[in-house]
Design a binder for this molecule. Structure first.
Ligand SMILES: Cc1cc2nc3c(=O)[nH]c(=O)nc-3n(C[C@H](O)[C@H](O)[C@H](O)COP(=O)(O)O)c2cc1C
Length: 163
């Protein structure tokens, strides 16, 4: 079973996660990370994890409080997505997605779904590695009209890894 787990303070990441869950076209379970412990997340075969960025490039609060050390992701396929604000936080756009990625890699996960930075406008991001976002970057504050098309394109990209 695929688990889609999100952390969201104002509902933007939650809304994106719901759209992803409804349009993935594969059976999945959608959960708020505030309702999950590491054992729950470990129970899924494959995972899609989403976080918004708060503070100054920090993980969303519920992810920030999460026990990443308890995650056992050895060899599991994981994709990550992030929600941020590329105008007001152009120097740390979607940084939390990079932090989430680092936790997943540290716990043994195999991350798929990197995305080109083409079409985004920002100065710097911890979620860019080797010139690409480590997952899907979203910006509901400035580019809300792009959220659904970006998710749909990403689904086509990652689906073979999750089927
Ligand atoms: C106080 C505050 C700090 C923020 N810090 C960042 C940041 O460092 N980087 C970023 O990309 N977005 C930042 N944001 C934007 C949020 O990530 C964005 O509004 C997001 O859509 C919130 O998603 P959520 O409702 O799922 O939590 C910040 C927003 C606020 C209000």
């Amino acid at each position: 079973m695929i688990g889609i787990i999100f952390g969201s303070s104002m509902g933007n990441t939650e809304e994106a996660a719901k759209f992803l869950s409804e349009n993935l076209g594969l059976e999945n379970e959608l959960l708020n990370v505030s309702d999950c412990d590491a054992d729950k997340i470990n129970s899924f075969d494959k995972l899609i994890l989403g976080t918004s960025t708060w503070g100054s490039g920090d993980l969303q609060d519920d992810w920030d409080a999460f026990d990443f050390e308890g995650l056992e992701l050895g060899g599991k396929t994981v994709a990550v997505f992030g929600m941020g604000d590329s105008e007001s936080y152009s120097d740390e756009f979607c940084n939390a997605m990079g932090k989430l990625y680092d936790h997943v890699v540290k716990q043994g996960g195999k991350v798929v779904g990197s995305v080109s930075t083409d079409g985004y406008s920002f100065d710097s991001s911890e979620s860019v590695r080797d010139g690409k976002f480590v997952g899907l970057a979203l910006d509901a504050d400035n580019e809300s009209d792009q959220t659904e098309p970006r998710i749909l394109a990403w689904i086509e990209q990652i689906k073979p890894n999750f089927a």
